[in-house]
Design a protein around this ligand. Structure first.
Ligand code: SF4
Length: 216
């Protein structure tokens, strides 16, 4: 399939010098001292045979995907996301902690607009554009999702760049483009989930709307 070829090329990418420097040099957190950090572009994953919903994050976390080598795996955003996926019946486990944690998702494909961990979770506009043009727009073509869930305004920006559309980010709203419905949600980062800005039931309900639209 396209996936293995895509990932084997992706993990060799060094197009953004600042992000390459950061992913390779970020200091392990004390509690992960014994962990062998991944330190490369972080592969997307999911139900490749039936990926009707594409879940799009911003970028891997320095001690999440950049450590574990799988998108939305091993950081606190991932735990919130997977509790919601589990509630909606899209994941067999309510967590995502490592590449061999036994998690299997159905109907969804999990990715990000930027594939390398950025300092302070902030890629530059140039880095977003580079990664979208090198990788993300091809993923959209290969996966051909019926629904997309943009987690946060930077993810939505990347989707807009890839599809060439104009729209404003509005939490809990959606836009349609060429038969694809793009749902928008705040990103499940602690900044949003600890403050109650993004509630579990809101994210679950966005998943349910996407499932209904996509026929999951
Ligand atoms: Fe390559 Fe994307 Fe990583 Fe930049 S962020 S080095 S384009 S994989």
């Amino acid at each position: 399939s396209w996936y293995n070829d895509f990932v084997s090329r992706l993990i060799q990418c060094r197009a953004c010098p600042r992000l390459v420097g950061y992913r390779e040099s970020v200091k392990p957190l004390p509690r992960f001292m014994r962990y062998d950090y991944w330190r490369r572009p972080v592969p997307p994953w999911g139900d490749l045979g039936n990926a009707r919903i594409m879940i799009v994050g911003l970028a891997p976390a320095a001690h999440g995907g950049n450590r574990t080598g799988r998108m939305f795996t091993g950081d606190s955003s991932a735990q919130f996301l997977f509790r919601a996926l589990y509630e909606a019946g899209l994941s067999n486990k309510p967590y995502s902690i490592s590449r061999d944690d036994g998690v299997a998702v159905r109907c969804v494909y999990i990715t990000s607009v930027v594939k390398c961990a950025p300092p302070n979770n902030r890629p530059s506009n140039e880095e977003i554009r580079t990664c979208v043009n090198n990788w993300f727009r091809y993923e959209l073509e290969y996966v051909r999702p019926r629904a997309i869930i943009a987690l946060g305004h930077v993810a939505f920006l990347g989707i807009k760049l890839a599809l060439g559309i104009r729209a404003e980010f509005r939490h809990n709203d959606h836009v349609d483009f060429s038969g694809i419905r793009i749902f928008m949600s705040y990103h499940p980062s602690p900044r949003n989930t600890n403050t109650g800005r993004l509630k579990m039931e809101d994210l679950v309900s966005i998943f349910r709307m996407a499932m209904e639209y996509a026929g999951c």
